[in-house]
Design a protein around this ligand. Structure first.
Ligand code: PDD
Length: 294
């Protein structure tokens, strides 16, 4: 079956999908995006993803191209046309097409592109062995809370990880604090058993998976502390893991040359991973959430 993309009001074969060369997303990375997981044909945490997308648009003063109801309808249609049961949808919006000039164009229409992709199950070794991560200096700008398509530092970081045979790159500030991963949020469990993740600020993306895992951790009665933590703390931690829409809860068992604890995924991370995967599977169809359409 051929893949179908959505491009500004049209459903087109993926291979024929095109945007204009003066799309500001292409020239200035002047746009935002979301990645939403699909599980058993239903979106996972759709409401929070749509809210974050709308916030990103507001923060960059990009006009919303359609109502929330219309957006959800198109997203559903993209999933349907691609017959995605388990996978992801990618939604991108840019400031528009206009002759190249850094300042906002006066009359540009927000451009909307969506693609959907089936996902493969994670390899079993993620749970038996965990993954390796490397650290890189956090050279990003001061608005990492905006889910902008301007991802060069993240691209370079992930490439560093790839070349080191690692799953993820973890950003570290000049002060030695971990902010987040190149496409994930970072967590540790300290020797004392505290579950620690950095609080929401402009230094990190407010992950939707982070938010749901926080809720699950609360339900589990875990000792939760939202605070910044250092690279030294992570190296000495009992457990480390990263979270995202596509990684779920991913145990990190090696950070650069440091093996975390005994080198095996920890019990808290594994528990949260199982609970998060069960939560995804319990996601109701979007039709069950009329509040997302208002
Ligand atoms: N990345 N931090 C960054 C920098 C991210 O790019 C992401 C998501 C996250 C986790 O957010 P969430 O739990 O909402 O997926 C944290 C997506 C998946 C991506 O760029 O593909």
């Amino acid at each position: 079956m051929s893949r179908i993309a959505y491009v500004n009001g049209r459903y087109v074969p993926h291979r024929d999908a095109r945007v204009h060369i003066e799309d500001r997303g292409y020239q200035f990375a002047d746009g935002i995006y979301e990645v939403v997981a699909v599980k058993s044909g239903a979106f996972v945490d759709l409401g929070p993803h749509v809210e974050r997308l709308e916030r990103s648009l507001r923060e960059l003063r990009i006009a919303a191209p359609m109502t929330r109801a219309a957006l959800v309808t198109v997203m559903e249609e993209v999933i349907r046309r691609n017959a995605v049961q388990d996978g992801i949808i990618y939604v991108q919006m840019t400031r528009g097409v206009a002759p190249r000039d850094h300042a906002f164009p006066t009359a540009a229409r927000t451009q909307v592109v969506m693609t959907a992709k089936r996902g493969r199950p994670h390899p079993v070794r993620y749970e038996t062995d965990g993954v390796k991560a490397v650290t890189v200096p956090d050279i990003r700008w001061d608005r990492c809370d905006i889910k902008s398509v301007s991802l060069l530092p993240n691209v370079l970081a992930k490439q560093t990880a790839r070349e080191a045979g690692a799953y993820e790159a973890i950003f570290v500030t000049p002060e030695g604090e971990i902010t987040e991963g190149s496409s994930t949020n970072a967590w540790i469990v300290t020797r004392d058993g505290d579950l620690v993740t950095r609080p929401i600020s402009n230094a990190i993306l407010a992950g939707i998976t982070r938010r749901t895992v926080l809720e699950i951790a609360r339900e589990e009665g875990l000792r939760l502390v939202e605070r910044a933590f250092s690279l030294a703390e992570a190296r000495a931690a009992r457990e480390m893991f990263v979270t995202s829409t596509t990684s779920f809860v991913m145990p990190v068992t090696q950070l650069d040359d440091s093996v975390i604890a005994n080198g095996k995924p920890g019990t808290i991370g594994l528990k949260l991973r199982q609970r998060y995967i069960a939560y995804m599977a319990s996601a109701e169809g979007v039709d069950a959430h009329p509040e997302n359409r208002s």
